[in-house]
Each structure stands twice: as C-alpha cells, then as structure tokens.
Design a protein around this ligand. Structure first.
Ligand code: SF4
Length: 299
C-alpha cells in the first residue's frame, strides 16, 4: 500500500479500508496544527495507478480474510474532499470496481471543500457512496476562527453543512476545546452549540488543544499575543458545549489529546455526561491535568 507520512484517521474509522488518495493539506495555515509537518510537500493527489494498485492489493488481502472485508473506505489526507467532482467520482468508481459491496466512502473535509461543489454534484457524490465526512470545524467562534486562520467563519459552517444535509451526506464534527484562548472558552462553546443545533452532525467529537513548539500558535504564545486556557477551563468549556447541545447526536472525546475518553448519546445520556464532567472538574486539579497535557508528545 502507498502510505505517505503519518496517516491520521478518526478513531471511529478503525475498521475502514484506509486508501491514500491525497497526502497533506491544501490549507496548511491553521496556527495550532502540526499534523502534516512531516511531509516534504504541502499537498498532492495520488496517481490513479497507485490508487488502483492499492485497491488491488487490498482486494487480494481480503480474499484471504473474507469475513473481515470492510464495508467502508476512508480516504486519507487532511482534505481529500477538496478534489473536484470528476476526480472523486473516478475514485468511487475504482473502489466499487475492486469492492462492489463497499457501501460508504468517508474522509476528512474542510468546510471550504464543500463550497467547491454544486448541489447536484453533492447529491451525485452521495449516490456514489460518499457519506460520513469528518469536518474539523474546531469552533463556531468567529474571533477564534479568524485568529487561528481556519479560512472560514461560523456562517460558512452553517451554509455548507446545510448543503450536505440537503444532499444526504452525513458528517461528523471535530471540536477543538481550548481554541478560543484563556477566558473565552465557554463563550466559544456556546457559539458552537448554537451552530450545531441548526445542523445534524452525527458525532460532535471533542479534541483538546495541545500546543507543540513547532506550531505558529506556540510562537504567538511566546510573543505574548495569545494565552492558553488552563486545563480546568478546557473542561468547563467542554461542559458548556454539552450543556447547550440540543440536537440528537453523539458527544465523543476520543484520542490522545483527551485525558478522559467519552462516548455519550445525546439527549439520553446528557445528564450522565454532565455529571461525569462535573466530577472531572471537581476531583482533578490543574497540575495533574497539565502533567497529562505535557505527556502527550504526539497526537
Ligand atoms: S487543521 Fe486541518 S485544515 Fe488546518 S492546517 Fe491542519 S490539516 Fe490543514
């Protein structure tokens, strides 16, 4: 298989076939992000021959283990959904050629990638299997989005994800607890819940900001331009987000950035989750949470 650099996938894509169709990110500007820093280029699409050869290799492998055949493909790279409609359709055709029973295709997507497709193209992509995009909205707080150079605003999240809803393409959100900075976490959480409440994310997955010394955000902190939330404030922010979410969804906190792993179905488990977060806030202290943060050498 052709895999380039570190391969990132959401925890819930563990059973999916990971197919490299792109590597890197077309945006490459978010101040907190160091995810694709190990690549010698910013972004590239894989040659179609490599994609076909990987599918053939996977097909041969799963012929030997038919019971483990995947029903879903996850396209790797930071935002393969940026590829134009024809390329995405060509990839879907290749996948179904080698795996006719593959039912869905997912990938990471930026909000701005959706805006590059027409409504008709989105509907056709859904028909071709695209479903379950993971979108790192991070927050719906415009000030934080601007400062972190995410390249879109809260209104764009609303517009583009409503278009996904209309096309039938499901999506999961990544939220970045801590992105608003000291003293602004709970306001950012309320703004994000207000946007989520108008949409249909299947999962709101919280990651927790971990600042690495090779990030632009670290430089801003060193210059005194930005102050990180305390670890306890991050948990208060997370609680505020949960408290204000009014839609049926799953609230998850998975992956290394979270000291406490969570998977709760809302609204049924909301009170239980709030009680759990209250317990975390009451029984942990800043020093031990900070020790955990400092131990996260790699996401
Ligand atoms: S956070 Fe996502 S969009 Fe932003 S630079 Fe990193 S990979 Fe690219």
């Amino acid at each position: 298989m052709h895999y380039t650099g570190t391969i990132w996938r959401p925890p819930y894509e563990a059973a999916s076939l990971l197919l490299e169709v792109t590597a890197g990110c077309t945006h490459h500007q978010c101040k907190f992000c160091t995810l694709y820093a190990d690549l010698p280029f910013a972004f590239r699409m894989s040659p179609m021959e490599d994609i076909a050869s990987d599918l053939k290799e996977a097909q041969e492998l799963y012929c030997r283990f038919p019971k483990r055949k995947p029903s879903r493909t996850f396209l790797t790279g930071a935002n393969p959904f940026v590829l134009d409609y024809q390329k995405l359709m060509a990839i879907a055709t290749q996948i179904h050629c080698y795996f006719p029973e593959m039912s869905t295709i997912g990938c990471f997507a930026r909000v701005t990638d959706v805006s590059l497709k027409t409504d008709e193209e989105l509907a056709a992509l859904h028909k071709a299997g695209f479903d379950g995009l993971t979108i790192g909205i991070e927050t719906a707080d415009d000030e934080a989005l601007e400062l972190m150079k995410k390249g879109y605003q809260a209104a764009d999240i609303l517009t583009q994800c409503s278009r996904l809803d209309k096309a039938g393409i499901g999506y999961y959100f990544f939220y970045l607890t801590g992105i608003c900075g000291a003293g602004r976490g709970e306001a950012g959480a309320r703004a994000t819940a207000a946007v989520c409440n108008q949409l249909h994310p299947r999962i709101v997955g919280a990651n927790m900001l971990t600042v690495y010394s090779d990030s632009l955000l670290y430089e801003e902190i060193q210059k005194g331009n930005w102050k990180e939330e305390s670890e306890t404030e991050k948990y208060r922010e997370m609680r505020t987000l949960v408290q204000h979410l009014e839609i049926p969804t799953v609230f998850a906190a998975l992956g290394a950035s979270n000291a406490f792993q969570m998977w709760y179905t809302l609204p049924d488990d909301k009170e239980r989750l709030l009680a759990f977060l209250d317990d975390v806030i009451r029984t942990t202290n800043e020093e031990e949470l900070r020790r955990y943060r400092d131990s996260v050498h790699h996401l």
